[in-house]
Design a protein around this ligand. Structure first.
Ligand code: FES
Length: 262
């Protein structure tokens, strides 16, 4: 187990207050609230934002990048887009000196205040990726997170509204919320396909909650499968667009209800 390391003098951090300290080569956000001391990794689990630079309110720190909130006592992720806890550490005060000891596991202080599962992590930046698949080459079987056959829109004439309705069958495998209500669909473009008997080419502009979202390949694949199953679709193209970046306010009220965000 790691040793306690001296990180600050009590007088250096007001109550309430916060500071950034280094412990065994790692950057840690140190908090002083209501006479108590807390320490968590200076890393937002959404996309690496510097938590010590965020706004502190009571026992909650807001990531300065996209606004995810964390409980400074446990490291629990309280709001989207972070859903995985950051690591909380042990703190002790002896005399006028504050010590921190690194823990190994995130959330080892106790039960997380927010019960959402795993989350996407990545690095800041933007990217654009295009991928296209002919409808005929797409396997008919959908994965567990895409259930095209269940959608009433599968039998409707193809239009933008029908496409968006179909895409509600594609769910983020970690959040269990569909990609339309998550606000990941930036655009739907339909264009007639040549020599395909009136079928249409469908292009989807889709974003991710973070540039390196691990669910990305699955969401792209499920999107193609769901749309390609429609009889009027000749081919599906999915373009990943990171500009403008996704923010939680793109979620619908239904998604917020589902995630317990108020
Ligand atoms: S990096 Fe913290 S909310 Fe996105």
């Amino acid at each position: 187990m790691a040793e306690f390391v001296k990180v600050a003098n009590v007088s250096e951090v007001p109550d309430p207050g916060k500071t950034l300290v280094e412990v065994d080569g790692e950057m840690v956000a140190l908090f002083h609230v209501d006479g108590q001391w807390h320490a968590i990794d200076d890393v937002c689990t959404h996309d690496g934002g510097p938590l010590a630079d965020g706004e502190l309110r009571n026992h909650t720190i807001s990531c300065p990048r996209h606004g995810a909130k964390f409980d400074i006592r446990t490291g629990a992720a309280l709001t989207m887009p972070a859903i995985r806890p950051t690591r909380a550490h042990d703190v002790k005060v002896e005399g006028a000196t504050v010590f921190v000891r690194l823990r190994e596991e995130p959330g080892s202080a106790g039960p997380a205040a927010h019960a959402l599962p795993i989350q996407a992590t990545g690095t800041a930046g933007s990217a654009q990726v295009a991928a296209s698949v002919p409808a005929a080459a797409t396997p008919g079987a959908a994965t567990a997170s895409a259930t095209a056959a269940a959608s009433p829109a599968a039998g409707q004439p193809l239009c933008e509204d029908a496409v968006r309705e179909l895409l509600k069958d594609v769910k983020d495998p970690e959040l269990f919320v569909n990609i339309v209500d998550l606000g990941l669909i930036y655009g739907v473009t339909l264009s007639p396909a040549a020599d395909t008997g009136g079928k249409q080419h469908v292009a989807i502009d889709m974003t991710m909650t973070s540039p390196a979202c691990p669910a990305g390949p699955q969401l792209i694949g499920d999107t193609k499968r769901v749309l390609a199953a429609h009889p009027e679709v000749s081919a599906v193209e999915v373009r990943i667009v990171m500009d403008p970046p996704w923010t939680p306010d793109r979620m619908t009220e239904a998604a917020r209800d589902q995630l317990g965000i108020f």
